[in-house]
Design a protein around this ligand. Structure first.
Ligand code: ATP
Ligand code: MG
Ligand code: MG
Length: 407
């Protein structure tokens, strides 16, 4: 394989002439956050060329990619310019300009997953309509555009009622709960008002949240990772446990729902299917992400093929890798900003200092230039011979005392 220090994709023919490791295709990623950074790490292992488009000069992926175009992935002209350098175009964030991707596809640009998938997923209401048409089980939902329709949703679905922004939602920013009819207006206002584009969702009385990372190759082959349990705190993913501690019946049901959901979407890549498990054994779909996901970070240390390697394999057309676990148990713990600025870095450093002493622990730091409260700054994955042992290692890591190691 011939390496090249130059990134020279071709225009819309998309047949890069140089060979770069396992694939000759230059992979262009819209977004250069932590997911982009971890895609770059996986690309490096396979000597694949990866370039990113992100508006932030010192975004997490910038230090590791072959080329960073500084610009907005929401700006048509910029995305078109970026696409000229790519053999295949993919995303690490769904909030990109779908209309431009559709236009580029018509011009022959290879987008994976397809622009149609991004369009459906980036609007959570449209996503719900799509999955309900495909008979995927979901919490009931309806669009709301004024107080009258919000009250109707309350009458139909009861309280608490989840109000969600249709677009630009992440880490729970875009969700507000109304506990009663009186709280409807304040919940709607917290999300920027009805004009912002809102819908209401029936409260899902879940006993657990589950997630399945699903990979689809360019040949339409589909492989599912083992079902994981996700634990959210204040709407943000906090801990992921793999494998999930649920019955075989639930594992099969969750995998079937995830498989069916991804089958209904177009294009190659890794998808994350977030699910609710209810007390009566129902599995309901919460949402799908058309990219690697926080609930799959543990796959770097815990699975034969990480979700990042898998995404790259999928979009360039290599065979999919083995998604199964190579260790009996894994826990992923998100390092979230606990404070703004310097004090926040100090707290994160203390936690990392403890993690570095824990058996089976791997620390990932995203090198974000600014520390903010509740911001995902890094994560720690702990692997081990059983869930009980990794749980005790996590507990130990989260305590101040460091005199002795758990078994
Ligand atoms: P992400 O960062 O995963 O993209 P998001 O901002 O898109 O998150 P959601 O996934 O819609 O937000 O919701 C975040 C969390 O809020 C869920 O993981 C769950 O804990 C809770 N939640 C969402 N919808 C409901 C619901 N209908 N009933 C109960 N809890 C819910
Ligand atoms: Mg989301
Ligand atoms: Mg979510």
């Amino acid at each position: 394989c011939k390496a090249s220090s130059e990134v020279e994709g071709t225009s819309h023919g998309n047949t890069d002439t140089q060979v770069h490791g396992l694939s000759e295709k230059v992979v262009g990623v819209l977004g250069g956050g932590q997911l982009g950074r971890m895609l770059c790490e996986a690309a490096s292992q396979m000597a694949m060329k990866i370039i990113v488009l992100d508006p932030m000069e010192n975004c997490p992926a910038s230090a590791l990619c072959h080329y960073h175009m500084v610009g907005s992935y929401d700006d048509s002209a910029t995305v078109e310019e970026f696409a000229k350098r790519c053999g295949v175009l993919t995303v690490e964030i769904e909030h990109v300009d779908a209309a431009t991707l559709e236009k580029l596809e018509q011009q022959g640009v290879d987008c994976q997953p397809k622009a149609s998938t991004i369009r459906i997923i980036q609007d959570k209401y449209l996503q719900k309509v799509h999955f309900s048409r495909h008979a995927i089980p979901l919490p009931e939902f309806m669009q709301i555009y004024d107080l009258e329709s919000a009250k109707k949703a309350g009458d139909l679905f009861g309280f608490p009622l989840m109000i969600k922004s249709k677009r630009l939602a992440y880490d729970g920013r875009g969700n507000a709960v109304a506990k009663s009819v009186e709280e409807l207006s304040s919940a709607v206002n917290a999300l920027g008002g009805y004009d912002h584009g809102l819908y209401a969702e029936k409260w899902a009385p879940f006993v657990k949240e589950l997630s399945v990372i699903v990979a689809r190759g360019r040949d339409n082959s589909i492989l599912c990772y083992p079902v994981v349990e996700t634990i959210h705190r204040e709407n943000i993913c906090h801990i992921v446990k793999s494998p999930a501690n649920v019955s075989w019946k639930i594992l099969k049901l969750a995998t079937d729902v995830a498989y069916k959901a991804v089958s209904s979407l177009e294009g190659a890549g890794v998808f994350a299917v977030e699910l609710f498990l209810t007390a009566d054994g129902q599995v309901l779909l919460n949402e799908v992400a058309p990219r690697p996901h926080n609930s799959g970070h543990h796959t770097i240390e815990a699975c034969f093929t990480s979700q990042f390697e898998q995404h790259l394999r999928a979009v360039v057309g290599l065979p999919l890798g083995d998604p199964s676990m190579k260790t009996p148990a894994a826990i992923m713990y998100n390092i979230l900003g606990e404070d703004e600025g310097e004090p926040g870095f100090l707290l994160a450093n203390q936690l990392i200092g403890r993690a570095l002493r824990i058996k089976g622990a791997s620390v990932h730091w995203y090198d974000k230039p600014e520390m903010r409260k509740q911001r995902k700054m890094g994560h720690i994955t702990i692997v081990g011979p059983s869930m009980g042992i990794v749980e005790s290692r996590l507990k130990f890591m989260l305590t101040e005392i460091l005199d002795g190691q758990p078994a």
